[in-house]
Design a protein around this ligand. Sequence first.
Ligand code: ASP
Length: 337
Amino acid sequence: MKGLTMFKNMMVSIALTLVSGSLLANEVAIAIHGGAGTITRANLSDEKAAEIIATLEEAVTTGHKALKDGEPSVKAIQKAIIILEDSPLFNAGRGAVFNYAGGHDLDASIMDGSTLQAGAIAGVSNIKNPILLAFDVMTQSKHVMLSGKGAENFAQSLGYEFVPQTYFATEFRRSAWERAMSKQQKDTQARLVDLDIDYKFGTVGAVALDKNGNLAAGTSTGGMTAKRWGRIGDSPVIGAGTYANNDSCAVSATGHGEFFIRYNVAADICARMEYGNKPLKQAANEVIFDELLPAKGMGGVIAIDNKGNVAMPFNTEGMYRASVDTKGTVTVAIYGL
Ligand code: ASP
């Protein structure tokens, strides 16, 4: 009898291990980016490259740990993005590019692939972590996108702490702004869209698959250096810079936003999977290389499907990127392969 009870207890404990362990749970995976552009070994010092790699690794492993701990993908991507927003190395949060007037306007968005809920903010100037406010727009309001003063009033109603504009400023971005401004002043025909993509790389984003098989995507940026007239890029536009749908994939984009909006990049990759039955890599490559590149739309994406496959194509010289795949393998890279 005693032996039978022990046997039963053992079976219960094996069953519990199976339920809580990885056999019944989905494998998790995550990918992040820190922007795309003409990133060459010549224009990036070894020291700076090492700092960028270390920060990307910290962000991707933090997000991955959250997923392993059972947190939803929509939370894990925020943890990764906050590290990148708080780092002065990236064009998001602290380290955001300067606008035409010498200030900073931030854009961000997030999408939950399990519900198709989404939240975005555009043109806010005093929010430390824009991705958190985008998440609150998704979960605490009935809207998808809030902009400017209105978005900040919404943040105030939720008790957000505001930071001064000086919080975002860095010398690196100030000198890029000075170069952009002198280019614009010399060339009276110059328009924002003519500005070199190198004046802005450093947008950040994350995509993830959690233990419940749910996908999520998020993106955060300061936009393009010397932007004016309240210009908004693709990053806060659901479908262009960010998209997630459990039926297909989750995508976060970086690059010349005007192209990414017109080519509806993130949603197009997911649509090619869903309606064309294409594998993730093919769908993402087609949009980046066959659609954007011939149109001179420069940039890249990180994408993940509901099996945890990751694709990170870009048509620029480099894209700051990192991933942890379903086997737990960590990859961090800057340049093309
Ligand atoms: N896509 C962003 C924008 O156009 C910039 C970037 O990704 O680097 O605002």
